[in-house]
Write a protein of this length. Structure first.
Ligand code: NAP
Length: 476
């Protein structure tokens, strides 16, 4: 595919192969953008600020809703693209494409609800003759950088609010999964988005990143990805807004009075969705000692029932990791944990990029798989005796995106809600749940700021105060 630069779809002599991680087959190529392309994109976006700002709320809403319709009308094509270039099975990919329709629809609706407030200028002496309000105006040029694991919907989570807010936006999708993003850009153009308002640069973040994020014409960098790249971006960005949606190592607490069958079933799905390459995937499960054996038996049984293999096969539950190198890393982390005393209850083996769904117990605290983000299909079980201990253990890592707790006692649930340090606490559900309109984001190393269209829209616009001085309004 070509990339969208300025008002044109362009090729470059230097290209990057896009491969299916299941069989390593080349499915397409994209241009490898360079520094000169970054400059073209920045200049074009800067020039398109006025075009984007001139679109009325109605115009923006219509384009977003029309784009949602195009994705909905071509859902299977989008799903196949997600499944071919990434790790998701075709069933998982359909869910992502459907969520993308939701994300764009919410963006189209929110474009009409970009509200300000009246300001009580007379709330202090000296303001009697003044009246006014604030409204929200576009921030200008937004750079959006996205990861590989949700190659369509996480792109929509940036383009939707950026366009709803009246901004020009430059997208830099993950190098391994650029096709879903390019197709979404095509849909935006087909829906009538004025040219220049959206551009998509394909190429390596390590090559393009510094120039893109440090340029003063860019007013906001909205990033979703890993901690390392996030920290680099923060160090380079300079004076501009930053949105950071980073990784996690999500904990779940399962109490003895919970519905253990449901907890096991939903946590297995939460651990192995997208082969565990999921920022809100279940990684550590703390189970009350009285329920431990039952939960473990159910969890391992459900895990062993998983069918892994060809992503395009309707019967497949879990596909490969994004590449063999990543699968080898998870295999290494499992081996390290075992060396330090962990026991493998299920899985543990790897073939190419296919890592088996893996369940561990007795994982020591100094094992990498305990305290780092695994971002792969491996989950750790731990027995616990009391709730304070469970909460303290759950909070003991440097991440805090989602946390979850299972119990049938309201007070126990409230203690979990109050004790767990995370952007969201899910009760009687796994950590792997997100509604696209809810505030989404984390604390600690999980990030800064919140997405979820209304919340991203607030980040991607600025309040502009209008104050009228009206002498004679209230004669002194
Ligand atoms: P990644 O390696 O950090 O890459 C993310 C994006 O950043 C890619 O487009 C990448 O480009 C780009 N990038 C890399 N270095 C850069 C630099 N120096 N400057 C600018 N951009 C740069 O992450 P990933 O492996 O794709 O995704 C996995 C991570 O994302 C996990 O940690 C996961 O938890 C996190 N994640 C978080 C959320 C959330 O909402 N909180 C959602 C999904 C994923 P290249 O592809 O060219 O390297």
């Amino acid at each position: 595919m070509k990339m969208l630069l300025g008002d044109q779809w362009v090729d470059r002599e230097k290209t990057i192969d896009v491969r299916d991680p299941f069989d390593n087959a080349v499915i397409d190529t994209v241009p490898a953008a360079d520094a000169a392309d970054v400059e073209i994109a920045l200049a074009a976006a800067d020039a398109a600020r006025a075009t984007a700002r001139a679109m009325t709320a109605y115009d923006r809403s219509q384009v977003l809703l029309a784009t949602a319709d195009i994705v909905a009308d071509n859902l299977e094509d989008f799903a196949e693209t997600i499944a071919r270039e990434g790790s998701k099975t075709i069933r998982e990919a359909r869910k992502e494409a459907t969520r993308c329709v939701n994300t764009l629809t919410i963006s189209g609706e929110e474009a009409k609800r970009l509200l300000g407030e009246t300001i009580p200028f007379d709330s202090f002496p000296g303001g009697e003759q003044r009246r006014g309000h604030f409204e929200r105006v576009p921030i200008g040029v937004v750079v959006a950088i996205t990861p590989f694991n949700d190659p369509l919907n996480l792109v929509a989570h940036k383009l939707g609010p950026a366009i709803a807010g009246g901004n020009a936006v430059i997208l830099k999708p993950a190098t391994v999964t650029p096709l879903s993003a390019l197709k979404l850009c095509e849909a935006f153009m087909e829906a009538g988005l004025p040219s220049g308002v959206l551009q998509c640069l394909t190429g390596h973040g390590a090559v393009l990143g510094d120039a893109l994020v440090s340029d003063p014409r860019v007013r906001m960098v909205s990033f979703t990805g890993g901690l390392e790249a996030g920290e680099r971006i923060v160090s380079k960005a300079g004076l501009k807004k930053i949105g950071m949606e980073l990784g996690s190592n999500s904990p779940v607490i399962v109490w003895h009075d919970a519905d253990i069958e449901w907890a096991a079933e939903t946590c297995v799905s939460g651990a192995f969705w997208a082969a565990g390459q999921n920022c809100i995937g279940v990684q550590r499960i703390y189970i009350h000692r009285d329920a431990y054996d039952r939960f473990k038996q159910l969890f391992v049984t459900h895990t062993k029932d998983y069918t892994i293999g060809n992503k395009m096969d309707e019967a497949t539950d879990m596909g490969p990791m994004i590449n063999e190198g990543e699968a080898k890393r998870v295999e290494r982390w499992v081996a390290e944990a075992v060396e330090k005393g962990a026991t493998v209850l299920a899985g543990g083996s790897r073939k190419g990029a296919l890592m088996e769904p893996t369940v561990l117990e007795n994982v020591p605290k100094n094992a990498t798989i305990h305290f780092q983000e695994v971002f792969g299909p491996a989950v750790n079980l731990y027995p616990v005796n009391d709730l304070e201990e469970a909460i303290a253990e759950a909070n003991s890592v440097d991440y805090g995106l989602h946390a979850a707790g299972f119990s049938n006692d309201v007070t126990t649930c409230h203690r979990m809600i109050e004790g767990l340090d995370a952007g969201s606490v899910l009760i009687n559900d796994s950590t792997d749940y997100r509604l696209d309109s809810m505030p989404f984001g984390g604390i600690k190393n999980s990030g800064l700021g919140r997405e979820g269209i209304r919340f991203s829209l607030a980040e991607m616009t600025e309040p502009k105060v209008v104050c009228w001085y009206l002498p004679g309004l209230r004669p002194e």
